[in-house]
Write a protein that binds this ligand. Structure first.
Ligand SMILES: [Zn+2]
Ligand SMILES: [Zn+2]
Length: 139
């Protein structure tokens, strides 16, 4: 069953412009993700789980004690530190599904707006009447 849960989400930090992103490349400068040079961090976020296909999947990572980078092993590619501790579980965006949580929320918001369409239609009508009056005065 689909539900929201708070989970540590893995983000890549762009080596060029410093923004955090999910996926294969930086959405801002298009710099491709490279595990040798791209730092990975986690942030706790609310995500939608229990959906098929899954939006996020669990993956094991080691957190480097030296530089804080998350890596898959055998050593931290950023500082070459090799001292794996107990792996930590992070959630990685799968991109199986186009819709992100933000997009889902935006869609719900838009659908909510549509329900109030009755009021909107009345306002439009009143505006139309006013326009008509102005036009008549000009003529
Ligand atoms: Zn970038
Ligand atoms: Zn490191």
């Amino acid at each position: 069953m689909a539900r929201l849960r708070q989970a540590p989400i893995e983000y890549k930090v762009c080596a060029d412009c410093g923004i955090e992103y999910e996926g294969a490349q930086c959405p801002q400068c298009r710099h491709a993700f490279d595990p040798q040079t791209t730092r990975k961090v986690t942030h706790d976020r609310l995500i939608l789980v229990g959906v098929n296909p899954p939006i996020y999947e669990r993956e094991a990572r080691f957190r480097c004690k030296k530089c804080g980078n998350l890596y898959a092993a055998p050593q931290s590619p950023l500082c070459q530190e090799s001292n794996p501790q107990r792996p930590t579980i992070v959630w990685v965006r799968t991109f199986n599904q186009v819709e992100s949580l933000e997009e889902l929320q935006r869609r719900e918001w838009l659908e909510g707006e549509k329900d109030e369409g009755g009021e909107g239609a009345e306002e439009t009508e009143i505006e139309g009447v006013n326009d008509h009056v102005e036009e008549s005065e000009e003529q």
